[in-house]
Design a protein around this ligand. Structure first.
Ligand code: ADP
Ligand code: F6P
Length: 350
């Protein structure tokens, strides 16, 4: 292969830039040129008047000074058209017209579905797992997860100080879509009392009872790490609860939010409870050393695979070894809950 493309797709993740740099520099070292595709799969459709808005030639110098930066210099986006086979074929035709013979896709499970489609249509693709969610089953960790957890921990440390001073409970909502990994890791690292996650059923009654227990046993604060997907695993009959308490009459029938969950827990426990939604602060920021090193290893392996005419694969890491797996087999496979870590959060919160 003489020329390859690289793109970032889906939600950005710290470490994507370090991965782009690794792809470009490894390709350069192997006498391959690299075309950077902008805004995820949108760039491959080449619908802009100015080609520079869709793609750009990457050189070793063009990726100078980005290894430590969050976000992605290629920009990222979601691309609805790409779900349709006719646009996937258009993308392949466009890449061929530019002399691109293989593509590196840096993204999450959705982006891998797009990569799988290209591969099925006969275009060589390698996927690099780039998402803070850590929701891919075949790899121990994804690019950006370590940084996101560290950022969340930093925020929880701040929240704990004010919670202790006011003797309050705090519900802190973290990202992760349908995966509770950010929540569980943050909870364990911060010594939180709870990690409420989409994979495990929970109730506001048990949380309230545990807060009361903590107060009686001298706890000055209770930290509840709440995965954004955990609304779906709540088992409590909220309309019935809200019916019983006058203070909750105004939230009957409303769409549930973190603040409302905190309000309900406060009423049930009789203990002041506040909510903080961390949001996009977890997605930006300087990538951790771990994520940068992972990006270097995965980016480099991705190019070596294309160089050796191996494609239709995703790269990842298992027990600190870089591994590869067929994209068609791993795509859409849900990551199982880490029950050991979840249990540790509870055991260590006495
Ligand atoms: P992530 O890669 O972070 O999981 P998304 O699920 O938003 O992010 O997917 C990113 C993009 O991948 C989508 O906007 C779309 O362009 C592409 N994509 C997702 N699912 C498919 C699919 N089934 N077929 C083709 N392309 C897809
Ligand atoms: O997949 C990464 C992620 O940050 C999820 O944790 C979150 O649910 C989602 O993206 C938010 O997406 P958007 O950028 O479209 O708001």
């Amino acid at each position: 292969m003489k020329r390859i493309g690289v793109l970032t797709s889906g939600g950005d993740a710290p470490g994507m830039n370090a991965a782009i740099r690794a792809v470009v520099r490894t390709a350069t070292a192997n006498d391959m040129s690299v075309v950077g595709i902008k805004r995820g799969y949108n760039g491959l459709l080449m619908q802009n008047l100015n080609p520079e808005d869709d793609y750009t030639l990457m050189t070793a110098r063009k990726v100078s000074g980005i290894v430590h930066r969050g976000g992605t210099v290629l920009m990222t986006a979601r691309c609805k058209e790409f779900l349709q086979p006719k646009y996937q074929q258009l993308a392949i035709d466009n890449m061929r017209s530019l002399g691109i013979e293989g593509l590196v896709v840096i993204g999450g499970d959705g982006s891998f579905a797009g990569a799988n489609a290209l591969n099925t249509l006969g275009f060589p693709v390698i996927g690099i797992p780039g998402t803070i969610d850590n929701d891919l089953s075949y790899t121990d960790t994804t690019l950006g997860f370590d940084t996101a957890v560290n950022t969340a921990c930093e925020c929880v440390n701040h929240i704990r100080e004010t919670s202790e001073s006011h003797e309050r409970a705090s519900l802190v909502t973290v990202m992760g879509r349908g995966c509770g990994d950010i929540a569980i890791h943050t909870a364990l690292a911060c010594g939180a009392e709870f990690a409420l996650v989409p994979e495990v059923k929970w109730s506001v009654e048990e949380v309230a009872a545990r807060i009361k227990w903590g107060v009686v046993n001298g706890k000055r604060s209770t930290i509840i790490i709440f995965a954004e997907g955990a609304f779906s695993s709540l088992t409590s009959d909220l309309p019935a609860i809200c019916e019983r308490y006058e203070a909750l009459s105004d939230i009957r029938g409303d769409k549930l939010t973190s603040s409302k969950v905190a309000e309900i827990i406060e009423v049930l426990s009789g203990h002041e409870t506040r909510a903080t939604v961390l949001g996009y602060i977890q997605r930006g920021g300087t990538p951790s050393a771990y994520d940068r090193i992972l990006a270097a290893r995965l980016g480099s392996r991705a190019v070596e695979l294309l160089r050796d005419d191996r494609a239709g694969l995703v790269v990842g890491v298992q027990e600190n070894r870089v591994i590869e797996a067929p994209i068609a087999e791993i795509q859409g496979v849900k990551r199982p809950l880490n029950a050991e870590l979840k249990q540790l959060v509870t055991t260590l919160s006495l």
